[in-house]
Design a protein around this ligand. Structure first.
Ligand SMILES: Cc1cc2nc3c(=O)[nH]c(=O)nc-3n(C[C@H](O)[C@H](O)[C@H](O)COP(=O)(O)OP(=O)(O)OC[C@H]3O[C@@H](n4cnc5c(N)ncnc54)[C@H](O)[C@@H]3O)c2cc1C
Length: 397
């Protein structure tokens, strides 16, 4: 099917950040979108993460991942500003990156000078600079600690963004609809349940069900996108349980590097909390919360923010600490697979999956990219970058 062929109706499988972003981007272009999710409500997958960061990747050669995450962070923060409440759902706080391994370098000494303050957001220095002595001190790190300051970055509650995108006029969500198989019949894609009954049908189908996309797509001709699960756990606690001394050590902005620490953000239960994460575990398709992962996150905090880690040691006891775990869906080069899978053999079928550990930074951009392609528009990224996200890069001949 050629892009934008009538009628402009699409089915999206998966109501996480990826599926909701595609649905939003199509709906604002006038499409009628039905989103199916097997869960009873929002945030059943990785997008149920209580809080995470939208922050760019930085590399000395300003590589493809760095350029794409910059475009992605810009798109996400713009969407957050349009749809969410600042301070409760997201905040443009800036993020300090503790450069623990010394690998995170800005493109060149020349570029990394203070002259970057007025640089445009699509250039490396528009978003990131060397952290100042005052920012390093505010984080509670010793003078001279290598660190970067991502000025155009902040925290986002993915569940809130997902919900807001799904509430767009033109988007209909059907919960508790597990799709067991998909097939193309009479010029339309059909989603079938476990009994083989039709759940929904449309000329266009976008699969956005993260790692579970594999089960739906693996038998289709030419499909070879190597999606993998990567379990992760965050540990969190309530601000009200912190002592005055612990409060005083909290950095006034999120800090990332070896994991990330965020504070002052609503917990899933409501009251504001602190969050440290996340763990990485390959080849695991279950996501229970584990005590040993709290310990791993405690060690993570100790290396990211040593003084705070020491002060907060008492907060990791099993009676205090809370946890949330989920499955990321990854691809080998850390870039998602987006858009048509094989436009000749699988007309009308698109994918938006493989967001890895950067779904907050990437899913909105990927939704725009998919919708722009389906609507026959120019991509929201230079073609030289967009090609690195194309699901068709994996098409098997
Ligand atoms: C511990 C942890 C920390 C993270 N921290 C960050 C961070 O700080 N910054 C960042 O950018 N990213 C972070 N991420 C990554 C981010 O959360 C994910 O990349 C993002 O949420 C993925 O969204 P998604 O919509 O692709 O997948 P999901 O949110 O998993 O959504 C997939 C949806 O598909 C549905 N589904 C699955 N199979 C079917 C089916 N057969 N039929 C119908 N529905 C189906 C599921 O119910 C689910 O709702 C983190 C992830 C984890 C686990």
């Amino acid at each position: 099917m050629s892009p934008a062929a009538e009628p402009r109706q699409a089915l999206v499988i998966g109501a996480g950040l990826s599926g909701s972003a595609v649905a939003y981007s199509l709906a604002v272009r006038g499409w009628s979108v039905t989103v199916l999710d097997r869960a009873a409500g929002v945030g059943a997958g990785a997008s149920g993460l209580p809080a995470g960061l939208a922050a760019p990747h930085v590399s000395p050669d300003d590589n493809v991942l760095s350029r794409i995450t910059r475009a992605g962070v810009r798109a996400t923060l713009q969407r957050a500003q349009a749809l969410l409440h600042s301070g409760t759902d997201w905040a443009l706080t800036g993020v300090l990156e503790h450069n623990l391994a010394g690998k995170r370098r800005l493109p060149s000494d020349n570029l990394a000078s203070d002259s970057g303050h007025d640089a445009p957001l699509d250039s490396p220095l528009g978003m990131t600079q060397q952290a100042s002595a005052a920012q390093i001190a505010a984080a509670g790190l010793p003078p001279g600690t290598p660190a970067l300051w991502h000025g155009h970055a902040g925290w986002v509650r993915p569940r809130q963004l997902t919900l807001a995108q799904l509430q767009t006029p033109g988007v209909q969500v059907r919960w508790s609809q597990a799709v067991h198989a998909i097939e193309r019949r009479d010029q339309a894609w059909t989603a079938l349940n476990a009994q083989g009954h039709t759940v929904a049908q449309a000329p266009w189908l976008v699969v956005a069900s993260a790692f579970d996309s594999l089960a739906l797509l693996r038998s289709l001709p030419g499909f070879a996108v190597p999606l993998n699960p990567l379990r992760g756990q965050v540990s969190f606690g309530h601000m009200a349980d912190l002592t005055n001394a612990q409060h005083q050590r909290l950095p006034p902005f999120p800090v990332n590097g070896h994991g990330s620490f965020i504070s002052g953000v609503p917990t899933p239960e409501g009251p504001p909390g602190w969050f440290i994460g996340a763990t990485f575990e390959r080849d695991c398709t279950q996501a229970p919360v584990r005590l040993e992962d709290h310990l791993a996150n405690q060690l993570r905090l100790a290396s990211l923010l040593p003084a705070l880690g020491e002060a907060m040691a008492g907060q990791f006891g099993p009676d205090r600490v809370h946890g949330w775990a989920g499955l990321r869906c990854t691809l080998p080069n850390r870039l998602p697979a987006v858009g048509p899978i094989d436009r000749l053999r699988l007309p009308g079928l698109c994918l938006s999956a493989g967001m890895g550990a950067r779904g907050i930074s990437l899913a909105v951009l990927c939704g725009e990219l998919t919708a722009a392609w389906m609507n026959q528009e120019e991509p929201p990224l230079p073609a030289a970058l967009a090609k690195h996200l194309a699901a068709e890069r994996y098409a098997r001949t």
